[in-house]
Design a binder for this molecule. Structure first.
Ligand code: TYD
Length: 216
């Protein structure tokens, strides 16, 4: 049985998930919590590695195949990494979870109901909190281009990301918090900490914990 807390970071490419996730982890650890950081696509299984190869090659597979691959890696990731940590009572911070499938495979034309139906509980637990880092694709892409990491052109065209963002913004879920992500990283970090403290009733010192090393 799940007794921990599941927090998912969502948002378009370049919205700051990779920057903010370790910062929140550091704050939560400073407040005494056990935290597991992980994310998708999870390369600990064949489906995750297949997705990475596809993204790097720029080749696409049909949307429904893509969805099946994401669901497959998610199932393995949950079983092998996420659920055991939740059972130990830890806080799990995920870089992307199933709302990425709703938004990205939805933007490729699949019906959101079909995508959600592929994620039944309890195998795919609903997140306790979704932090949706929101910013316009132009800004996100500028950040992606400025990064040294190899671009993944299959996923990163602007018009496509506009649709992805629209789907994210149309989601109406009580667990979802929209965070304005165009602000400076330190400001976004404080906003996220405030949101986590408020929504999950984690110890109040979360918001005032020492910043992560490398904080600027
Ligand atoms: P990600 O690791 O976020 O890419 P990066 O580290 O380059 O920002 O994810 C790779 C791509 O996979 C990203 O463009 C979004 C896409 N994706 C989906 O299309 N569906 C999904 O369910 C998930 C988890 C990711």
């Amino acid at each position: 049985m799940k007794s921990g807390t599941l927090i998912a970071f969502e948002g378009i490419d370049g919205s700051g998930k990779s920057t903010q996730l370790p910062r929140l982890a550091a704050r939560l650890r400073a407040a005494g919590h056990a935290v597991l950081c992980s994310g998708e696509p999870w390369e600990g299984c064949e489906a995750g590695r297949r997705i990475r190869r596809m993204a790097r090659s720029g080749q696409r597979v049909p949307a429904r195949t893509e969805l099946a691959w994401f669901v497959e890696q998610r199932r393995a990731h949950l079983r092998e990494r996420v659920l055991p940590a939740l059972e130990r009572g830890e806080i799990v911070l995920l870089h992307r979870y199933y709302l990425s499938s709703v938004a990205y495979q939805g933007a490729r034309g699949l019906d959101w109901r079909e995508i959600l139906a592929a994620h039944p509980a309890p195998e795919f637990p609903a997140p306790d909190l979704v932090l949706l880092l929101d910013l316009p694709p132009t800004a996100g892409l500028a950040r992606v281009e400025a990064r040294a990491a190899a671009a993944e052109p299959a996923f990163e065209e602007r018009a496509f990301l506009e649709s992805v963002r629209e789907i994210f913004l149309a989601l109406r879920l009580p667990s979802l918090a929209r965070i304005a992500a165009a602000a400076a990283p330190a400001e976004v970090e404080r906003e996220i900490a405030r949101c986590v403290a408020q929504r999950l009733a984690l110890p109040a010192n979360t918001a005032g914990a020492e910043p992560a090393p490398g904080y600027s």
